[in-house]
Write a protein that binds this ligand. Structure first.
Ligand SMILES: *Cc1c(COP(=O)(O)O)cnc(C)c1O
Length: 404
C-alpha cells in the first residue's frame, strides 16, 4: 500500500505534529491546507474529494461564501460577550432552531460548544426529574466527556475510565421489548440516536423510535434524541426524528449546526421539560457566542435558500441507486438516509478501501471493518458522488489483492 504521508511537506508537518500533540487521534492521514465546496487540498498541493465532511460537520462544504461572509461580518462586530449578555445572533439562532424543530410553545435552547457538552446538558436535565437511571442503546455513541462517555456503549472507549456515571444501561438496538422491560419508575431518560452514526450508520426503524416515545411517556421518563450527527439536514429533513413523526422531550445538536464553527445545543420541548433547568443550574463560558451563532444562522439560511433538504434526499438516493447498480458481490448494501450513508462490504476491507481511496483522491471513513461511511457536505453533487461509485470496484480490487 502506498503511503500518502511521505510527500515532503506532509511528512515534515506530521513529524512536528507527533512532537507537539497528544497522541489520542493516532497519526493524521493528511495535512490539509484549504478547501472549496466538497474539495480539499493538502500542503503538498494534492486535491481530495471530501466525502466525510469533517465528520458530518461541514454542512455547506468548505469556503462557502455565505458562511465566510457571515462569520467575517460577525467577527468584525463581536466575537464573544459572555452569558451576562446576549446578542441578536444568539436569540435569532435559538428562534430558528425552535421553529424548524416544530417545538411547542414554552420550548427553549441551551447553547454549548460541542456534541458531548449537549449530552452533558441533557444528563443534567434528566437528573432534575429526580430519577437517576438512563437507558441508552448498544452501539450508541454520545461523546467522550465522562458523563456522555457513560452513555457511549463501546467498552474500549469507556472501560479505561471507569467508574463513570452510574445508572446507565445499554439495551439491544432496535429491541422494543427490551425498552418495555427496562424503562421504569427509576428511568430519568431514554437516550437514542435516530441513526447510530459512529456505531456504523445503523438507522432506527421508525417503529422503534415511536415505541421509545410511547414507553418513555408511560414511564414518565424523558425521551432524549441525540441528533448531533443526524440533525440539521443531514438525512434530508431538518431533524431525522421528523421522518418517524416522533417529537422528543429533548434533542441534542452539534456537528452540522455551525458548518465547522464549534457549537452544540440542547433543545427542550415544552414548558414542563424546559422548566427542569433554572437560573444558575447550568452554564458555559463560550456557549452561544455570537460568532458560532452567526455561523449557525448562515448554515440554516443556506440550507433553506439553496433547497438543500430536497437536494440531500435526491443525491442520497442517487448514491444508493448507483452503488446498487454496480451489482458487485463485494458490496452488500447501502445503509442510512440522505447524506449519512454506509456502503457495506462482504469482507472486512473498509480500512483498505479508505486507504486506497485516499491515494486516489477520495476521503472516506471506515466506520466499521465492513462499512464505509459517507457524510459529505450537503452541497455535494451527484457527479461528485459518481466519482466515488466509479472508483469503488477498483478500490475493492486493490483491497482484495492485499488480502491475498
Ligand atoms: C459526534 C457525536 C457526539 C459527540 O460530539 P462531539 O462534538 O465530538 O463532542 C455525540 N453524539 C453523536 C450522535 C455524535 O455523532
Amino acid at each position: 500500500m502506498t503511503d500518502a504521508t511521505t510527500a515532503p511537506l506532509t511528512h515534515e508537518w506530521l513529524g512536528r505534529y507527533e512532537s507537539a500533540l497528544l497522541g489520542v487521534f493516532g497519526r493524521p492521514q493528511l495535512v490539509l491546507e484549504h478547501g472549496d465546496g466538497a474539495w480539499v487540498w493538502d500542503v503538498d498541493g494534492r486535491r481530495y474529494l471530501d466525502l466525510v465532511g469533517g465528520l458530518a460537520v461541514n454542512a455547506l462544504g468548505h469556503n462557502h461564501p455565505a458562511l465566510v461572509s457571515a462569520v467575517s461580518k460577525q467577527a468584525g462586530q463581536l466575537v464573544h460577550v459572555s452569558n451576562f449578555f446576549t446578542t441578536p445572533s444568539q436569540v435569532e439562532l435559538a428562534e430558528r432552531i425552535l421553529g424548524l424543530s416544530g417545538a411547542p410553545e414554552g420550548s427553549a435552547v441551551f447553547f454549548c460548544n460541542s456534541g458531548t457538552e449537549a449530552i452533558e446538558a441533557a444528563v443534567k436535565l434528566a437528573r432534575r426529574t429526580g430519577r437517576t437511571g438512563i437507558v441508552a442503546a448498544e452501539g450508541a455513541f454520545h461523546g467522550r466527556t465522562t458523563g456522555a462517555l457513560a452513555l457511549t456503549h463501546k467498552p474500549a472507549y469507556r472501560e479505561p475510565f471507569e467508574p463513570l456515571l452510574p445508572g446507565v444501561v445499554h439495551l439491544p438496538w432496535g429491541d422494543v421489548e427490551a425498552l418495555e422491560r427496562s424503562v421504569g419508575p427509576d428511568t430519568s431518560a431514554v437516550v437514542l440516536e435516530p441513526i447510530q452514526g459512529e456505531g456504523g450508520v445503523v438507522p432506527a426503524a421508525p417503529e422503534y423510535l415511536q415505541a421509545a416515545r410511547r414507553v418513555a411517556t408511560e414511564a414518565g421518563a424523558l425521551l432524549v434524541l441525540d441528533e448531533i450527527q443526524t440533525g440539521v439536514g443531514r438525512t434530508g429533513s431538518w431533524f431525522a426524528c421528523q421522518q418517524a413523526g416522533v417529537v422528543p422531550d429533548a434533542m441534542t445538536l452539534a456537528k452540522g449546526l455551525g458548518g465547522g464553527l464549534p457549537i452544540g445545543a440542547l433543545v427542550t420541548f415544552g414548558p414542563e421539560v424546559t422548566g427542569l433547568l433554572g437560573a444558575g443550574q447550568h452554564g458555559s463560558t463560550f456557549g452561544g457566542n455570537p460568532l458560532a451563532c452567526a455561523a449557525g444562522l448562515a448554515v440554516l439560511d443556506t440550507i433553506e435558500s439553496e433547497g438543500l433538504l430536497e437536494h440531500v434526499r435526491a443525491v442520497g438516493e442517487h448514491l444508493e441507486t448507483r452503488v446498487t447498480a454496480l451489482d458487485d458481490p463485494r458490496v452488500t448494501g447501502v445503509r442510512g438516509r440522505g447524506l449519512l450513508r454506509a456502503v457495506t462490504l462482504a469482507q472486512e476491507w473498509a480500512p483498505a478501501v479508505a486507504a486506497h481511496g485516499r491515494d486516489a483522491g477520495l476521503i472516506l471513513n471506515p466506520v466499521a471493518p465492513d462499512a464505509i461511511r459517507l457524510a459529505p457536505p450537503l452541497v455535494v453533487t451527484a457527479e461528485q458522488l459518481d466519482l466515488f461509485v466509479d472508483a469503488l470496484p477498483g478500490l475493492l480490487d486493490r483491497a482484495g489483492e492485499e488480502g491475498r
